[in-house]
Design a protein around this ligand. Structure first.
Ligand SMILES: C[S@@+](CC[C@H](N)C(=O)[O-])C[C@H]1O[C@@H](n2cnc3c(N)ncnc32)[C@H](O)[C@@H]1O
Length: 302
Protein backbone atom coordinates (compact mmCIF):
# COMPACT_ATOMS: atom_id res chain seq x y z
CA UNK A 1 0.00 0.00 0.00
CA UNK A 2 1.45 3.42 -0.99
CA UNK A 3 2.13 6.03 1.66
CA UNK A 4 -0.50 8.37 0.26
CA UNK A 5 -3.18 5.65 0.27
CA UNK A 6 -2.22 4.58 3.75
CA UNK A 7 -2.29 8.16 5.07
CA UNK A 8 -5.66 8.74 3.43
CA UNK A 9 -7.05 5.55 4.90
CA UNK A 10 -5.56 6.36 8.27
CA UNK A 11 -7.15 9.80 8.20
CA UNK A 12 -10.57 8.44 7.21
CA UNK A 13 -10.30 5.71 9.81
CA UNK A 14 -9.45 8.28 12.48
CA UNK A 15 -12.53 10.29 11.59
CA UNK A 16 -14.65 7.16 11.85
CA UNK A 17 -12.93 5.99 14.97
CA UNK A 18 -14.84 7.67 17.78
CA UNK A 19 -17.89 5.39 17.29
CA UNK A 20 -15.52 2.47 16.97
CA UNK A 21 -13.67 3.40 20.15
CA UNK A 22 -16.94 3.36 22.08
CA UNK A 23 -18.01 0.05 20.56
CA UNK A 24 -14.57 -1.40 21.10
CA UNK A 25 -14.63 -0.31 24.74
CA UNK A 26 -18.03 -1.94 25.25
CA UNK A 27 -16.88 -5.06 23.48
CA UNK A 28 -13.63 -5.21 25.45
CA UNK A 29 -15.54 -4.96 28.74
CA UNK A 30 -18.01 -7.64 27.59
CA UNK A 31 -15.20 -9.87 26.38
CA UNK A 32 -13.56 -9.76 29.81
CA UNK A 33 -16.76 -11.28 31.17
CA UNK A 34 -16.24 -15.04 31.07
CA UNK A 35 -19.97 -15.67 30.63
CA UNK A 36 -19.81 -14.07 27.19
CA UNK A 37 -17.93 -15.33 24.20
CA UNK A 38 -16.26 -17.97 26.33
CA UNK A 39 -16.86 -20.61 23.69
CA UNK A 40 -14.08 -18.95 21.66
CA UNK A 41 -10.64 -19.92 22.69
CA UNK A 42 -9.17 -16.55 21.67
CA UNK A 43 -7.37 -13.90 23.68
CA UNK A 44 -9.71 -11.20 25.02
CA UNK A 45 -8.72 -8.57 22.48
CA UNK A 46 -9.49 -10.87 19.53
CA UNK A 47 -12.84 -11.77 21.02
CA UNK A 48 -13.46 -8.05 21.49
CA UNK A 49 -12.60 -7.43 17.87
CA UNK A 50 -15.00 -10.12 16.62
CA UNK A 51 -17.77 -8.91 18.84
CA UNK A 52 -17.15 -5.33 17.87
CA UNK A 53 -17.19 -6.23 14.20
CA UNK A 54 -20.61 -7.84 14.75
CA UNK A 55 -21.86 -4.74 16.54
CA UNK A 56 -20.61 -2.49 13.75
CA UNK A 57 -22.43 -4.55 11.16
CA UNK A 58 -25.66 -4.23 13.11
CA UNK A 59 -25.41 -0.45 13.06
CA UNK A 60 -27.16 0.09 9.72
CA UNK A 61 -26.73 3.81 9.89
CA UNK A 62 -22.98 3.65 10.00
CA UNK A 63 -22.41 0.85 7.52
CA UNK A 64 -21.92 1.94 3.94
CA UNK A 65 -19.56 0.65 1.29
CA UNK A 66 -16.60 2.76 2.34
CA UNK A 67 -17.18 1.89 5.99
CA UNK A 68 -16.74 -1.77 5.11
CA UNK A 69 -13.11 -0.91 4.37
CA UNK A 70 -12.64 1.82 6.92
CA UNK A 71 -14.05 0.15 10.01
CA UNK A 72 -11.94 -3.01 9.99
CA UNK A 73 -8.84 -0.84 9.42
CA UNK A 74 -9.95 1.55 12.11
CA UNK A 75 -10.47 -1.31 14.54
CA UNK A 76 -7.01 -2.66 13.91
CA UNK A 77 -5.44 0.80 14.20
CA UNK A 78 -7.34 1.42 17.41
CA UNK A 79 -6.27 -1.91 18.86
CA UNK A 80 -2.67 -0.82 18.42
CA UNK A 81 -3.37 2.73 19.52
CA UNK A 82 -5.01 1.47 22.71
CA UNK A 83 -1.88 -0.39 23.69
CA UNK A 84 -0.27 2.71 25.14
CA UNK A 85 -1.99 5.97 25.96
CA UNK A 86 -0.09 9.04 27.09
CA UNK A 87 -1.87 10.09 30.23
CA UNK A 88 -1.42 13.31 32.19
CA UNK A 89 -2.92 13.25 35.70
CA UNK A 90 -3.14 16.86 36.79
CA UNK A 91 -3.24 18.05 40.40
CA UNK A 92 -2.31 14.66 41.80
CA UNK A 93 0.21 14.21 44.62
CA UNK A 94 -1.03 10.72 45.60
CA UNK A 95 -0.03 8.99 42.34
CA UNK A 96 -3.13 6.80 42.52
CA UNK A 97 -4.62 7.47 39.08
CA UNK A 98 -1.15 7.60 37.51
CA UNK A 99 -0.19 4.22 38.98
CA UNK A 100 -3.52 2.62 38.02
CA UNK A 101 -2.87 3.57 34.36
CA UNK A 102 0.76 2.43 34.51
CA UNK A 103 -0.44 -0.92 35.89
CA UNK A 104 -2.58 -1.24 32.76
CA UNK A 105 0.48 -0.68 30.55
CA UNK A 106 0.02 3.02 29.78
CA UNK A 107 2.49 5.84 29.82
CA UNK A 108 1.25 8.06 32.66
CA UNK A 109 2.66 11.02 34.55
CA UNK A 110 1.21 12.89 37.51
CA UNK A 111 1.69 16.59 38.14
CA UNK A 112 1.25 18.68 41.26
CA UNK A 113 2.92 21.67 42.86
CA UNK A 114 3.57 19.21 45.73
CA UNK A 115 5.93 16.25 45.46
CA UNK A 116 4.40 12.85 44.77
CA UNK A 117 3.56 10.71 47.80
CA UNK A 118 4.56 7.59 45.89
CA UNK A 119 7.57 7.10 43.61
CA UNK A 120 6.92 7.35 39.89
CA UNK A 121 6.83 9.74 36.94
CA UNK A 122 5.87 13.08 38.46
CA UNK A 123 6.28 16.70 37.40
CA UNK A 124 6.42 18.97 40.44
CA UNK A 125 5.21 22.34 39.24
CA UNK A 126 2.35 24.15 37.56
CA UNK A 127 0.42 21.79 35.27
CA UNK A 128 -0.07 24.64 32.79
CA UNK A 129 3.64 24.19 31.94
CA UNK A 130 2.71 20.80 30.42
CA UNK A 131 -0.59 21.46 28.69
CA UNK A 132 0.93 22.55 25.39
CA UNK A 133 3.71 19.99 25.43
CA UNK A 134 4.47 19.29 21.75
CA UNK A 135 4.90 15.57 22.55
CA UNK A 136 1.28 15.74 23.59
CA UNK A 137 -1.03 13.63 25.71
CA UNK A 138 -4.01 11.46 24.72
CA UNK A 139 -5.83 11.75 28.01
CA UNK A 140 -5.98 14.38 30.76
CA UNK A 141 -7.51 13.53 34.13
CA UNK A 142 -7.56 16.53 36.47
CA UNK A 143 -8.44 17.00 40.12
CA UNK A 144 -8.25 20.81 40.42
CA UNK A 145 -8.36 22.38 43.92
CA UNK A 146 -11.94 22.91 45.08
CA UNK A 147 -11.41 25.37 47.96
CA UNK A 148 -12.90 28.30 46.04
CA UNK A 149 -15.14 26.26 43.73
CA UNK A 150 -17.25 24.49 46.36
CA UNK A 151 -20.41 26.09 47.66
CA UNK A 152 -19.81 24.77 51.17
CA UNK A 153 -18.83 28.15 52.72
CA UNK A 154 -20.68 30.80 50.74
CA UNK A 155 -20.84 33.00 53.84
CA UNK A 156 -17.08 33.57 53.53
CA UNK A 157 -17.64 35.59 50.33
CA UNK A 158 -19.12 38.39 52.44
CA UNK A 159 -16.80 41.13 53.64
CA UNK A 160 -15.14 40.54 57.03
CA UNK A 161 -17.23 43.11 58.87
CA UNK A 162 -20.42 41.42 57.63
CA UNK A 163 -19.46 37.99 58.99
CA UNK A 164 -20.65 37.14 62.44
CA UNK A 165 -18.03 34.47 63.25
CA UNK A 166 -14.44 34.19 64.45
CA UNK A 167 -12.33 34.67 61.32
CA UNK A 168 -9.29 32.58 60.48
CA UNK A 169 -6.32 34.90 59.71
CA UNK A 170 -5.02 32.37 57.16
CA UNK A 171 -8.19 32.37 55.06
CA UNK A 172 -9.53 34.73 52.43
CA UNK A 173 -12.82 36.55 52.79
CA UNK A 174 -14.94 38.94 50.78
CA UNK A 175 -13.45 40.48 47.65
CA UNK A 176 -10.13 38.58 48.01
CA UNK A 177 -12.03 35.28 48.11
CA UNK A 178 -14.16 36.27 45.11
CA UNK A 179 -10.94 37.02 43.22
CA UNK A 180 -9.55 33.60 44.23
CA UNK A 181 -12.73 31.97 42.91
CA UNK A 182 -12.34 33.68 39.53
CA UNK A 183 -8.73 32.44 39.35
CA UNK A 184 -9.84 28.90 40.24
CA UNK A 185 -12.46 28.96 37.45
CA UNK A 186 -9.87 30.29 34.99
CA UNK A 187 -7.52 27.44 36.00
CA UNK A 188 -10.21 24.85 35.20
CA UNK A 189 -10.91 26.57 31.86
CA UNK A 190 -7.20 26.36 31.00
CA UNK A 191 -7.37 22.60 31.64
CA UNK A 192 -10.54 22.25 29.56
CA UNK A 193 -9.04 24.21 26.68
CA UNK A 194 -5.87 22.10 26.57
CA UNK A 195 -5.23 20.49 23.16
CA UNK A 196 -5.84 16.97 24.51
CA UNK A 197 -8.46 14.74 22.90
CA UNK A 198 -9.88 13.02 25.98
CA UNK A 199 -10.41 14.88 29.25
CA UNK A 200 -12.00 14.30 32.62
CA UNK A 201 -12.28 16.99 35.30
CA UNK A 202 -13.25 15.85 38.78
CA UNK A 203 -14.59 18.19 41.47
CA UNK A 204 -17.17 18.30 44.25
CA UNK A 205 -20.55 19.89 43.58
CA UNK A 206 -19.92 23.64 43.26
CA UNK A 207 -19.91 26.72 41.07
CA UNK A 208 -18.56 24.94 37.96
CA UNK A 209 -22.08 23.60 37.38
CA UNK A 210 -23.36 27.14 36.88
CA UNK A 211 -20.23 28.92 35.64
CA UNK A 212 -19.19 26.17 33.17
CA UNK A 213 -21.96 23.60 32.68
CA UNK A 214 -23.84 20.83 34.46
CA UNK A 215 -21.60 17.87 35.24
CA UNK A 216 -21.78 14.95 32.82
CA UNK A 217 -22.17 12.55 35.72
CA UNK A 218 -21.99 12.23 39.50
CA UNK A 219 -19.99 9.47 41.11
CA UNK A 220 -19.83 8.14 44.66
CA UNK A 221 -16.94 6.17 46.21
CA UNK A 222 -19.44 3.55 47.47
CA UNK A 223 -20.31 2.70 43.85
CA UNK A 224 -16.65 1.68 43.35
CA UNK A 225 -16.11 -0.61 46.33
CA UNK A 226 -15.17 2.09 48.90
CA UNK A 227 -16.73 2.48 52.34
CA UNK A 228 -17.33 6.21 51.86
CA UNK A 229 -19.83 8.74 50.58
CA UNK A 230 -18.78 11.90 48.71
CA UNK A 231 -20.93 13.06 45.80
CA UNK A 232 -18.48 14.16 43.12
CA UNK A 233 -18.93 15.61 39.63
CA UNK A 234 -17.19 14.53 36.45
CA UNK A 235 -17.03 16.72 33.35
CA UNK A 236 -16.08 14.55 30.39
CA UNK A 237 -14.80 15.34 26.94
CA UNK A 238 -14.29 12.47 24.49
CA UNK A 239 -14.78 9.86 27.24
CA UNK A 240 -17.70 7.58 28.14
CA UNK A 241 -19.34 7.88 31.54
CA UNK A 242 -17.62 5.87 34.26
CA UNK A 243 -19.60 2.75 35.11
CA UNK A 244 -19.97 1.70 38.76
CA UNK A 245 -17.90 -1.36 39.56
CA UNK A 246 -18.91 -2.59 43.03
CA UNK A 247 -21.49 -1.33 45.54
CA UNK A 248 -20.32 -0.95 49.15
CA UNK A 249 -23.37 -1.34 51.41
CA UNK A 250 -24.03 1.39 54.00
CA UNK A 251 -24.92 1.00 57.66
CA UNK A 252 -28.29 2.13 58.94
CA UNK A 253 -27.81 4.92 61.49
CA UNK A 254 -30.52 6.02 63.88
CA UNK A 255 -31.07 9.78 63.68
CA UNK A 256 -31.44 12.06 66.70
CA UNK A 257 -34.82 13.55 67.65
CA UNK A 258 -36.76 10.58 66.35
CA UNK A 259 -36.00 11.42 62.72
CA UNK A 260 -35.81 7.77 61.80
CA UNK A 261 -32.84 6.12 60.09
CA UNK A 262 -30.38 7.17 57.38
CA UNK A 263 -27.80 5.36 55.26
CA UNK A 264 -24.21 6.21 56.31
CA UNK A 265 -20.74 5.06 55.20
CA UNK A 266 -17.39 4.75 56.97
CA UNK A 267 -16.32 8.38 56.47
CA UNK A 268 -19.56 9.69 58.00
CA UNK A 269 -20.78 10.07 61.56
CA UNK A 270 -24.32 8.90 62.31
CA UNK A 271 -25.56 12.46 61.76
CA UNK A 272 -23.86 12.66 58.37
CA UNK A 273 -20.86 14.87 59.25
CA UNK A 274 -17.39 14.07 57.97
CA UNK A 275 -15.58 11.81 60.42
CA UNK A 276 -12.01 13.08 60.08
CA UNK A 277 -11.12 15.37 62.99
CA UNK A 278 -9.59 18.78 62.13
CA UNK A 279 -5.82 18.55 61.63
CA UNK A 280 -2.99 19.55 59.32
CA UNK A 281 -3.46 16.61 56.99
CA UNK A 282 -7.27 16.55 57.06
CA UNK A 283 -7.46 18.17 53.58
CA UNK A 284 -5.07 15.53 52.23
CA UNK A 285 -7.03 12.62 53.64
CA UNK A 286 -10.24 14.11 52.25
CA UNK A 287 -8.89 14.94 48.80
CA UNK A 288 -6.91 11.78 47.98
CA UNK A 289 -8.56 10.02 45.04
CA UNK A 290 -10.35 6.82 46.06
CA UNK A 291 -8.51 3.75 44.83
CA UNK A 292 -11.79 2.36 43.45
CA UNK A 293 -12.18 5.45 41.23
CA UNK A 294 -8.57 5.29 40.05
CA UNK A 295 -8.90 1.59 39.14
CA UNK A 296 -12.22 2.15 37.32
CA UNK A 297 -10.76 5.05 35.31
CA UNK A 298 -7.79 2.98 34.22
CA UNK A 299 -9.91 -0.10 33.41
CA UNK A 300 -12.59 1.81 31.50
CA UNK A 301 -10.69 4.72 29.93
CA UNK A 302 -7.32 3.06 29.46
C1 LIG B 1 -8.01 18.54 45.57
S1 LIG B 1 -6.31 18.18 45.51
C2 LIG B 1 -6.36 16.71 44.50
C3 LIG B 1 -5.55 15.57 45.07
C4 LIG B 1 -5.68 14.31 44.24
N1 LIG B 1 -7.03 13.81 44.27
C5 LIG B 1 -4.70 13.23 44.69
O1 LIG B 1 -5.14 12.09 44.97
O2 LIG B 1 -3.51 13.50 44.76
C6 LIG B 1 -5.75 19.43 44.42
C7 LIG B 1 -4.28 19.43 44.16
O3 LIG B 1 -4.00 20.40 43.15
C8 LIG B 1 -2.67 20.87 43.36
N2 LIG B 1 -2.48 22.09 42.54
C9 LIG B 1 -2.95 23.33 42.79
N3 LIG B 1 -2.59 24.18 41.81
C10 LIG B 1 -1.88 23.46 40.91
C11 LIG B 1 -1.22 23.79 39.68
N4 LIG B 1 -1.25 25.03 39.18
N5 LIG B 1 -0.56 22.81 39.03
C12 LIG B 1 -0.53 21.54 39.53
N6 LIG B 1 -1.13 21.19 40.69
C13 LIG B 1 -1.80 22.13 41.37
C14 LIG B 1 -2.61 21.02 44.86
O4 LIG B 1 -1.29 21.04 45.34
C15 LIG B 1 -3.41 19.82 45.33
O5 LIG B 1 -2.56 18.77 45.65
Amino acid sequence: MGTKTFNDLHQRASVASSDCMRLLDEAAIAAENPTQLNKYNFPAQFRALFMCHGLVQQQDKIVDRSALTIYPCSLVLNLFRRVKLKVLVACEYSGRVRDAFIKKGHDAISCDILPSDSPGAHYQGDVRDLLNNPRGYDLLIAHPPCTYLTIAAEWAYKERHEINKNLDPNKLYGEARKQAREEAIKFVMDLLNAPIKMKAIENPVGVLSTRYKEADQFIQPYEYGEDASKKTCLWLDGLPKLKPTEFYPPRLAEQANGKGYAFRWGNQTDSGQNREPPGDDRWKIRSTTWQGWADAMAAQWG
